[in-house]
Design a protein around this ligand. Structure first.
Ligand code: MN
Length: 427
């Protein structure tokens, strides 16, 4: 077994059983210790961020063939990601070792601890990666079927191509933001019900989409597709994704080329990037596929990850969020490996820092539907909140909080949260 995920490992940093950040996780992020300080790379451990730029400065963290001091003082993870999987594993091994209960190097160095360990509550998390391209897949059969039923009717809820390929569209990287960034209620072109003339108006169909995404640590050259069984070696890690959507704008604009403005005003990701090595103990078989896909999408071992997902809504009248959806990453029909293999099969090149999101992750049960469009069946039903409020779609001031974690015996390996609030335009 990979020593860094050994369930028996403990750190001298106290980690609560409910914490998402035990020593088995060690997710990467970018943070500023205070607003005027330069951003640098850190790792989450318990309630703390471990400042990797300080460790590199002290010579405790090295990268083969690269200057660790520069790499971990950068305001993004891209330089580290570009070093490739052997370097990610070496650094992860060093960090795991440094944080272990019986290692005195950092534990007993009071001065270094004060410099390198900062409470997460006291830092400002930044967008962890400079994202070049953002692609959004559509990989949940339950979600695609539900949306198809609502948008196209009983006859063809799933289009004929859906079971043969991981369908996707190209999103906007420019509007991907880190958790905690708010956005203005989008206005756009919509076709009011039972009319033939579109109007320009605030969206009346504001929604979230519960998704996860992976970030590429190694791309491919144009014309050199990534084979499905090698795809995971290209993936640096995963994040939570809220692909905010304006359903009325989407409904009017999406034929024939797919979503455009309805999904490009804001996409929220969690600040911590969890490596596939940390997720490895939570691998499970992926759902069986019927029909069998074409050869380039067939995996020798078809696996995915057991990641619990939750969505909470907090209205301006509530102190904390209330859970309105519980789902799981393992429900997806298409795996990350199939998504990446398909993305590159016609010759598309990809780059370090590209973000590829899963599409809304819905399950079979009603409470597992990963967006309001499904939860309220297109606004026909309401979501009841315990304070008496109701929602068909989001209202100004609503905050959506997404959480994701893998449950182990006595500890969790998690993503923290991805939250954001939709703000009213000031008059
Ligand atoms: Mn989406």
């Amino acid at each position: 077994m990979d020593i860094t995920v050994d369930p028996k490992l403990t750190s001298f940093i106290e980690v609560d059983a409910q914490s998402h950040f035990p020593i088995q996780n060690l997710p990467y992020g970018v943070f500023k210790p205070e607003s005027s300080a330069p951003a640098r790379v850190g790792v989450a451990i318990g309630d703390y961020v471990l400042d990797l730029s300080v460790l590199a400065q002290q010579g405790l963290l090295k990268c083969k063939h690269a200057d660790a001091k520069q790499i971990f003082a950068a305001p993004h993870l891209n330089d580290f990601m570009a070093l490739g999987q052997p370097a990610w594993r070496a650094v992860r091994g060093t960090l795991s070792d440094l944080l272990q209960t019986d290692n005195p190097t950092l534990r007993d160095n009071t001065q270094l601890r004060a410099q390198a360990l900062i409470l997460q509550n006291d830092v400002q998390m930044q967008l962890p990666v400079t994202i070049g391209d953002y692609t959004d897949f559509y990989s949940s059969k339950e979600h695609a079927s539900n949306v198809g039923l609502m948008f196209r009717g009983q006859e063809n809820p799933l289009l004929p191509n859906w079971t043969h390929m991981p369908v996707a569209y190209h999103g906007r990287a420019s509007s991907v933001v880190v958790s905690g960034t708010n956005f203005l209620h989008p206005h756009g072109q919509v076709l009011p019900p039972d009319t033939e003339q579109p109007v320009y108006a605030p969206s009346q169909g504001m929604d979230f989409e519960l998704e996860m995404g992976f970030l590429l640590g190694a791309g491919n050259q144009a014309g050199e597709p990534i084979p499905v069984d090698q795809a995971e070696q290209h993936i640096f890690g995963m994040v939570l994704v809220n692909d905010w959507s304006a359903r009325d704008i989407q409904r009017w604009e999406y034929v024939p080329l797919g979503p455009f403005l309805s999904k490009s005003f804001c996409t929220t990701i969690s600040p911590w990037v969890v490596s596939l090595d940390a997720l490895a103990p939570f691998k499970v078989d992926a759902v069986a596929q019927d029909p069998q896909p074409l050869a380039y999408l067939q995996e020798k071992k078809r696996q995915t990850y057991d990641i619990n997902l939750e969505v909470a809504l907090r209205s301006p009248h509530m102190h904390s969020g209330e859970v309105i959806c519980r789902s799981n990453f393992r429900y997806l029909y298409w795996t990350v490996a199939q998504q990446l293999a398909h993305h590159t099969v016609a010759g598309c090149n990809t780059n370090v820092g590209d973000l590829m999101a899963s599409g809304t992750i819905s399950g079979k049960e009603k409470h597992e539907r990963g967006c309001l469009l499904e939860l309220t069946w297109g606004g026909k039903e309401v979501v009841h909140l315990s304070n008496g409020e109701e929602r068909r779609f989001l209202l100004d001031g609503d905050e959506i909080i997404m959480m994701g974690w893998c449950q182990a015996e006595g500890y969790r390996v998690g993503f923290g949260d991805a939250h954001g609030t939709m703000l009213a335009h000031s008059a």
